[in-house]
Design a protein around this ligand. Structure first.
Ligand SMILES: [Zn+2]
Length: 129
């Protein structure tokens, strides 16, 4: 989906990508996104999709909003959560930064694939000996 397919009723939160790569290449790296939530006045972290994708790609997520309690102790639920979630997308003002993270992801992903392939070859060699 792209931004152009959203309706005015759809909530869109935009943000910046980050690379999630743990274990020194032992685990499959993935892209995450931190979006600013106007309701919570806080960022929410979500997984983002693997490249390639367009800069105007959007994806739907369940809301990560937290409940708010008023001074009178009334519990308010986020309208974004009541509405079944929101769409997330890339912040156009962070284009260069996001492109850099995508490049880093591609490098980390290639390293991870090479490591996986090497381990598979080792297993095959061990099984044949
Ligand atoms: Zn929120």
């Amino acid at each position: 989906m792209t931004r152009q397919s959203l309706t005015p009723a759809d909530a869109l939160l935009i943000g910046r990508l980050y690379l999630h790569a743990r274990g020194g290449g032992r685990y499959r790296p993935f892209l995450g996104i931190r979006v600013w939530c106007p309701y919570c006045h806080d960022t929410h972290q979500h997984s983002w999709i693997d490249p390639p994708f367009k800069s105007n790609t959007v994806d739907h997520r369940a809301a990560h909003c937290h409940d708010h309690v008023t001074r009178k102790g009334m519990k308010l639920q986020s309208p974004l959560r009541e509405g079944g979630g929101y769409f997330i997308g890339l912040d156009p003002s962070a284009k260069a930064e996001n492109a850099k993270v995508i490049r880093e992801f591609a490098e980390a992903f290639t390293r991870w694939e090479e490591r996986e392939a090497m381990q598979a070859r080792r297993l095959v060699t061990a099984a044949n000996n």
